[in-house]
Design a protein around this ligand. Structure first.
Ligand code: HC1
Length: 602
């Protein structure tokens, strides 16, 4: 370690610590713009400059590793002036008005301008847009006139997600961020994950916002407007109302949604439970075909509920599309059921149902517009709405979410299990599946195998996790599956090999290993989520998001799971009822194949 002096205060830091990190440790505030905790150092904006004794020029603190004892000053006049000039220059090139920008009050450039008293245009001002807004994508909108060239989106796309759609184009004052051949986003290999939006410091990137259409539907008395709410938004939306990360607002959100005019509020966790039954059954069938019938089937089975991951696979590894579970995501299963089962049960014409999905994800907007997603005979889900957009709607309605009384979800989908809820965290789909598969196959209670039904080997934030579940004993086949497999003897003594990975850079590692015939090619089931942390870190979640915040959101989800009376998908009585009343030929039966499964075609 090395002793440094910052503003005459001595501090010992490990070798290689950046000045910015050392200042943070000393609780000295340094303004930043191109810096983001999730990303590698860029050092391009220079907003974080400091004085280092003996050096002729000011140094970017984010890009200066401490390798020798040095004296640093962060509050000198030269530092103040340099920072202010940089912000002045950025503002002069920034087209657009703050009041009409979705990042108003949550914009890092605006905050810096306030902090440094930049309240007029010292270097002139751009009065005409230079770029066309690219709203070709269902998910991500690019407005390059608001870009500050911090390259956080570029580093997110290239390094964090290893997709590589965005890059700096041209040089000097013509530099801008663009796509391959300057094509619209919808025509390049964007996976719609929206991670670039989460890391953009300004309003240059945003999600394709359906609020106006949803308000219009709410105002239309001929429309029956329903909303399903995904597991992750409830664990994060409080942040939009100034609450500390890590607290769920499930009951408050239900009340707020009714007050702003939704006719019914449904829980996506219900259809996550259904997904477990369908996807778990599919896995059992694939294993049965491979191990007993010696048929050629695609293994490992990959989860398919993250639409960013599905798109990633379609773009980069299309030869593995058959490995994707044919089970639709919970969002899409729910959409198909609302316009069929629910419409029949309530006598509402499905043509008059407007189905909204509150999601933490920008790719869900793309997913609901996929041509495969019309199995009800209508567009199964009409609009994907992000956590940020819903928070805005709630504010527009004059509601302060944390003060809402709590209320429940609506029937006939009112019950959901903790297994459905934990889908929102990386490893959650796998844990939910295991809670059911272990009970189905062994006949034992999962609590007798894993304390409190917490399957800890698949939890955590490690980018790639691998686990083996030995099946030492088998029980009777449950009634729900008796038409598919005669017994479990063929699984006795087998070891279920599973893996979990989040973030597409990690997905690439797993896929390359599979291609090379490595350890992951021997897995039976792999959970892939496109976003770091899983859905709770989705591209539609409150900004900022970083590892600390993602961990808090995960805590909120796991704490809520613990508090729920039902924690296994197969114990959800409304799911059982659905198979009794509607999906009468059982999981992976004819009807569920028509409504709840699909086959992705690139
Ligand atoms: Fe997700 Fe899913 S967990 S994909 O992360 O399977 O978006 O939250 O809703 O569909 O349930 C997202 C979250 C979400 C689906 C479920």
């Amino acid at each position: 370690s090395i002793t440094v002096e910052i503003n005459e205060k001595k501090l010992t830091v490990p070798f290689g610590t950046t000045i910015l990190e050392a200042c943070k440790q000393a609780q000295i505030h340094i303004p930043t713009l191109c810096h983001h905790e999730d990303l590698c150092v860029a050092g391009v904006c220079r907003v974080c400059v400091v004085e280092v004794e003996g050096m002729r020029t000011l140094q970017a603190s984010c890009a200066f590793p401490i390798t020798a004892p040095i004296k640093i000053k962060t509050t000198t006049n030269a530092v103040r002036k340099a920072r202010k000039h940089i912000i002045d220059l950025l503002i002069s090139e920034h087209y657009g008005e703050c009041y009409s920008c979705f990042r108003n009050n949550n914009c890092e450039l605006q905050s810096l301008a306030k902090e440094y008293g930049v309240d007029h245009y010292n270097f002139g001002h751009v009065t005409q847009p230079r770029f066309e807004v690219d709203n070709s994508s269902y998910s991500v909108v690019r407005d390059m006139d608001k870009c500050v060239l911090c390259k956080r989106c570029v580093r997110t796309c290239i390094d964090l997600q290893e997709v590589g759609v965005l890059e700096a184009i041209d040089r000097g004052h013509r530099t801008h961020i663009g796509t391959f051949l300057e094509k619209p986003l919808a025509e390049v290999i964007c996976i719609n994950c929206g991670q670039c939006i989460n890391r953009c410091p300004t309003g240059a990137l945003r999600a394709n916002d359906p609020r106006d259409e949803i308000w219009a539907a709410i105002d239309d008395p001929t429309k029956h407007v329903v909303i399903q709410t995904a597991p992750s938004p409830r664990a994060a939306i409080g942040e939009e109302f100034g609450q500390v990360p890590g607290k769920s607002f499930t009951g408050e959100l239900n009340t707020a949604l009714r007050r702003i005019g939704f006719d019914k509020v449904f829980d996506t966790n219900f259809s996550a439970d259904l997904t477990i039954i369908e996807e778990g059954t599919e896995l059992i069938l694939r294993l049965y075909k491979a191990l007993v019938k010696k048929e050629k089937v695609a293994l490992p089975q990959f989860t398919s509920c993250s639409p960013g991951w599905v798109k990633y696979l379609e773009h980069f590894y299309p030869e593995y599309i058959d490995n994707l579970s044919s089970a639709k995501s919970p969002q899409q299963m729910f959409g198909a059921l609302i316009k069929t089962f629910y419409a029949e049960k309530t006598g509402i014409n499905p043509a008059n149902i407007v189905s909204v999905a509150l999601m933490p994800c920008s790719a869900k907007k793309f997913e609901c517009n996929r041509p495969e997603m019309n199995s009800s005979g209508y567009k199964d889900v009409d609009y994907g709405l992000t956590t940020r957009e819903l928070a805005q709607m709630i504010k527009e309605a004059g509601i302060f979410l944390p003060e809402m009384p709590q209320s429940h979800f609506d029937d006939p989908f009112g019950e959901a299990s903790g297994a459905g809820l934990i889908f929102g965290a990386t490893g959650g789909v796998m844990e939910a599946a295991l809670r059911s598969v272990i009970e189905f196959v062994t006949g034992k209670r999962v609590e007798d195998v894993y304390a409190n039904a917490d399957i800890t080997p698949v939890r955590g934030f490690e980018g790639i996790r691998y686990a083996e579940i030995p099946i030492t004993e088998v029980g009777p086949v449950p009634k729900l599956l008796q038409h598919l497999v005669p017994d479990w003897n063929w699984l006795k003594g087998a070891t279920l090999k599973i893996a979990v990975c989040h973030g597409t850079a990690n997905a690439r590692k797993v896929m390359e290993d599979i291609k090379a015939g490595g350890k992951f090619s021997e897995c039976h089931f792999i959970e892939f989520m496109a976003c770091p942390g899983g859905c709770l870190g989705g591209g539609g979640q409150p900004i900022p998001t970083n590892e600390e915040i993602r961990k808090k959101r995960a805590e909120a989800i796991y704490n809520e799971d613990k508090s729920l009376p039902v924690r296994k998908s197969h114990e959800n009585r409304h799911v059982k009822e659905l198979y009794d009343l509607f999906l009468t030929d059982g999981p992976c039966g004819h009807k569920s194949h028509k409504l709840l499964h699909t086959h992705y075609v690139k």
